[in-house]
Design a binder for this molecule. Structure first.
Ligand code: GLC
Length: 723
């Protein structure tokens, strides 16, 4: 079907058919769906006429070639004009082969790995009939109380942008998601969903335009620049107006300033939520405001099909606005060739061949091993020796709940647990296991069994964490410690005076003060996915040398939150005060610094930084500054190091962060090997948003810093001149 034909088709559509084309419904509403499902939760009370369903434009959450083909076939029999459905779903960190959650993926600092993981997810989902994935989620996050930090790649704008682009390329390939094995990417949630007050999901977001543009918007832009074809609105307010009804955000900025032409979809129910937000009196006003803001698809509420015909008849909405929205959706269907091939790449035979293939499982295992962060390793307790007897103790020792949220097609029974991974890799005879405690309750019997196992072991692994449903959507917590029962178990294990390794399964930065005190070694495993146990075995037994680095700061306590590396200096910086000074920006009861900083992670080997230097002390706007530093692997094992480059603008027209990540290189060094790493800095790297909303650099003094994390840095200084 050609573009002109799309317009011809729109002319044939009634206003009711146009309105329904803008509707997205979940699978229980579709005839032919194998599981009409218990109409529970948000679906309760949604009454949608058969006629509206027959004209609906897209489906949420259907997958499986048989399922999507069955729904599509029924739909084409009932749709007057033969307009096929689009199938959209949340393929966030894998389809059935589940990869580490994105916050873990970010810790790999490996863009190629991120792209490969997205490509594997796309391959499995596309043969299963999915056309569009609601990913990547690129919301900047600074508050670990918010459960959805697990879906983000962290607290840094630049890093989130490059990871967003890598994931979009992995999902879509080079032809915008149209080729076999690829998906259309719908980036989310626009905008600044990651900044809710109190870290409470769906809560108010109130950031300045300067902060919005400087910190929160760039990663969405990076995803669109990488070709993401769709955008999803956020639940929250921006400048006091809910994003889904925010014409400044969606029309002035997204469409006019950025030139985005693709479809915009609301988040689940976000259109009708304009009513409880308090900017719409009823469904009709919610529909009117969302459409005027440029939201093309209404997900899982029905204000559009209820209100559009009358809003147009009453002249409140121009039909042209509706036609534009319909055209964007039909164009996407046309781009995917759905009019000619409505069943597209859904293929039951291919599903058998592609899903959870050995190649995919290996990719998940490698990614997971490279995403686990070594945070402590006293007396080189790690890596373990194969001949050691190891007691794996804790509620997560043999637990399959290590896939993390948004892994709905992943099967716990197919997940490799920590104990299984160790037994397979090290030999079952060497591995003992005991639950030790429940996730939240102490149990004397379990404790006794655990201490007996510990008695027989040379080394103890404490497998601790939070259940996956304690993070993810609507998973906000005010207490970000490991549950008390598990901390008490760890303290009892510490008393055995045996070498003690703690492995953590969690979806957010936690307050780990009590954990770090009672353990010799500490591995942050996040939710490592289908091959989590195998990957951890590779890491703990040393066949993989850890190289991951944190992309979100771990606070000393929740009282510090938000704590992030690229903060401002303030007028009374503690770092510049004298000992005993009271009147400084500091706490009476806590350090200012996080327990583990952004960019931090250890290796089984050691790296030395030397010879840091800049090739100029002053540059013009046309020059390039070159910074070089030599890294030497001074240990006995080969390893990978993430060399990070930060810049500080010492005096701007607005306050500027003490440091901002401007580049990184992940390098492999053999034991004893040295390598010089070079970074170039141009004037455009020094630009920022000014109070007058212009994006430009200022002349003046800058610092350039290089090092293994955001704290331990070598510094050089240069000037940017005016000419
Ligand atoms: C949810 C999430 C969003 C997801 C959508 C569809 O409420 O906020 O990230 O893509 O609904 O499942």
């Amino acid at each position: 079907m050609q573009t002109q034909d799309v317009r011809t088709l729109i002319e044939q559509m009634s206003i009711e058919e146009k309105a329904a084309q803008l509707q997205q419904l979940a699978t229980p509403f579709f005839k032919g769906a194998s599981d009409r499902g218990a109409v529970t939760g948000p679906l309760i009370g949604m009454d949608v006429s058969d006629d509206a369903i027959a004209n609906t434009g897209s489906v949420l959450g259907a997958c499986g070639a048989a399922e999507t083909n069955r729904i599509q076939q029924k739909h084409l029999e009932e749709n007057r004009l033969g307009i096929p459905l689009l199938f959209m779903a949340d393929i966030v960190h894998g389809y059935q082969t589940i990869f580490p959650v994105p916050l873990a993926m970010g810790c790999t600092w490996d863009l190629e790995l991120a792209g490969q993981s997205a490509a594997v997810a796309a391959k499995e989902a596309s043969v299963s009939g999915v056309h569009v994935t609601f990913a990547p989620m690129v919301d900047l996050v600074r508050d670990p109380r918010w459960g959805r930090v697990m879906e983000s790649t962290g607290e840094d704008t630049y890093l989130n942008g490059v990871f967003a682009a890598a994931q979009v390329k992995g999902f879509q390939g080079d032809s915008g998601g149209t080729e076999v094995g690829k998906l259309i990417s719908c980036v989310k949630h626009f905008a600044a969903y990651g900044a809710p007050e109190g870290g409470r999901d769906y809560n108010t977001v109130d950031v300045s335009e300067l902060t919005l543009r400087e910190q929160y918007l760039p990663a969405y832009r990076a995803a669109l620049d990488a070709g993401s074809e769709m955008m999803m609105t956020a639940f929250n307010t921006v400048f006091g107006v809910p994003a889904t009804g925010n014409a400044w955000l969606m029309r002035d900025l997204l469409r006019k300033e950025w030139g985005f032409q693709g479809p915009v979809i609301s988040d689940w129910g976000a259109v009708k939520e304009l009513i409880p937000h308090g900017v719409a009196e009823d469904s009709a006003e919610a529909a009117e405001k969302s459409l005027k803001a440029g939201v093309d698809i209404e997900m899982m509420t029905t204000t559009y099909i209820e209100s559009i015909p009358e809003l147009v008849r009453n002249g409140i909405l121009e039909e042209e606005v509706i036609d534009e929205a319909v055209e964007r959706i039909l164009r996407l269907k046309q781009k995917l060739n759905l009019f000619e091939r409505p069943y597209r790449h859904a293929d039951e035979a291919l599903e058998q061949e592609v899903i959870r293939s050995q190649e995919h499982l290996e990719a998940a295992r490698k990614t997971a091993a490279d995403s686990c962060v070594l945070l402590k390793n006293e007396n080189e307790v790690l890596p373990l020796q194969k001949e050691q007897t190891v007691a794996v103790i804790g509620p997560f020792a043999d637990h399959t709940d290590i896939l993390g949220q948004w892994s709905w097609r992943g099967k716990p029974e197919e997940t490799v647990t920590l104990v299984q991974g160790l037994k397979t890799t090290a030999g079952a005879g060497n591995i003992l296991s005991a639950e030790g405690s429940r996730v939240e309750e102490t149990d004397e019997t379990l404790l006794k069994e655990a201490l007996q196992a510990a008695e027989k072991a040379d080394v103890i692994i404490a497998a601790l964490g939070e259940p996956s449903e304690w993070s993810g959507e609507a998973g906000s917590r005010t207490d970000i410690t490991i549950p008390r029962a598990q901390r008490e178990l760890l303290a009892r294990l510490r008393k055995t005076n045996k070498p003690l390794v703690s492995v953590l399964f969690n979806g957010r930065p936690l307050d780990l003060q009590e954990i770090t005190e009672h353990t010799d070694a500490l591995v942050e495993a996040w939710f490592p996915g289908s091959e989590g146990g195998s990957a951890l075995a590779d890491l703990l037994l040393g066949s993989v040398n850890p190289s991951a680095k944190l992309t979100m700061s771990f606070p000393q306590s929740v009282g510090q939150v938000p704590v992030y590396y690229n903060h401002f200096n303030t007028g009374r910086p503690k770092s510049e005060g004298r000992d005993g000074d009271r009147y400084l920006s500091k706490y009476l009861d806590s350090p200012n610094e996080p327990l583990f900083p952004f960019g931090y992670g250890m290796s089984y080997t050691t790296f030395q930084y030397s010879g840091f230097h800049l090739d100029k002390t002053e540059i013009t706007r046309k020059d390039t500054l070159n910074a070089k530093v030599t890294i030497t692997n001074t240990g006995t094992r080969d390893g990978k190091e993430v060399v990070q480059l930060y810049v500080r603008d010492h005096a701007g027209e607005a306050v500027r962060p003490l440091k901002e990540l401007k580049g990184f290189q992940k390098i492999h060094l053999a034991a004893g090997e040295s390598r010089e790493v070079a970074f170039s800095i141009k004037e455009e790297d020094l630009r920022y948003w000014h109070p007058d909303m212009t994006y430009r650099s200022d002349r003046g003094t800058f610092s350039v810093m290089a090092g293994p994390n955001s704290r331990d840095l070598e510094t050089g200084v240069f000037k940017l001149s005016d000419n």
